[in-house]
Design a protein around this ligand. Sequence first.
Ligand SMILES: [Zn+2]
Length: 400
Amino acid sequence: MMRHKTRHPLLWLTALVMLFGLLPGLSLAEQAEAPAYPGFVLMEQSQFTLVNAAATLYEHEKTGALVLLLENEDTNRTFDISFRTPALNDTGVPHVFEHATLGGSKKYPSKSLFFNLSHQTYNTYMNAMTTDIMTTYPIASLSEDQLLRYADYYLDSVFNPMLMEDASIFSEEAWRYSLASEDAPLELAGTVYTEMKGAYTINTAARFNFFKTLFPGSVSGNSFGGDPQHIPEMTFEDLTNYHDAYYHPSNSLSILYGKLTQKAEFMQLMDSYFSAFEKKEFTFTDENYVPITEHTEVTHEFAVEAGSDTKNGAVVYLGYVLEGVTKEDEHVMDLLTTLINEPSSYFQQEMKKRLPAASAGCCWTPARSRRRTSTGSNCIPICWAPWIRKSVTMPPCPPA
Ligand SMILES: [Zn+2]
């Protein structure tokens, strides 16, 4: 869920690093020894040719927090910190926390600071986003001095958010009752509640219903952004407990990217925040997941405004759970889905003939949350169990 603005390529770099268990081919033997920083142990170093960067991975001694330096000549420098944040239900706690985190911190107790910084300082990108497995806080600037200050603001925000003591941030960002006037009906409000009401189209609902059907009982089926029907079930305590559970250095990966001359200052800054914590073991399991063993078909209803034309307005998902898929298979599926989605492909051409007003797509996704395990804080191992899905959206068909 984007907080605002547009996507930045580095977000995906971050996501990739997180998802692929760090960088391919990292090896200490490949380049000169990286500098040592107090409080950190050098783990791995190599070249990350995709962005022409020297990659160096450090682990924080006390907590096991991971820090990845990606150094190249890019002056659009970036700092990012990410946490693994599973969606344990449909209330959207990870998403609400993403919003609430940047609503002021112990050192920066201002609810409007994020937007002031965003519009009035040298940043080239400032955001926070939630996915099905993580929440990430990236910020970029052409000024390294500024980036160091932003990093301080972001670190203080994620580790010491005002939210922990100020329930009004919960009411503002999650949900609350609102009464426009004495006689007006009682209504629900809240930034995330309103955002998700807008975002929860029939497509979104269908996607999560599909996940729930394909992976019964799994966290993969939970709405990490929040299902508007379930957001009001969230309590302030749910949110603060979630912070205590997952916003911990041992569950984090920080990335510093670009042309860097103040690495020591950044490392010192991170050490100062991480050191306030004791090391914690993180294990991610999905114990309620019961794999389907036979063909399953489910129909869900979707509420629409009175008077809407619902004829042929439906979303159909067809999916397969694929076990034992190798890295090689993943590359093949990447290519295959790209080819299938080309407008000139046989699939798309046939769809156009049979359902001219429909749009269709095909993609595959690794079931990350479901199979992810952790053996501690110093690695992010991921077992891949991808599945493939085909989706067909069917707006009204022309008369036969
Ligand atoms: Zn949002």
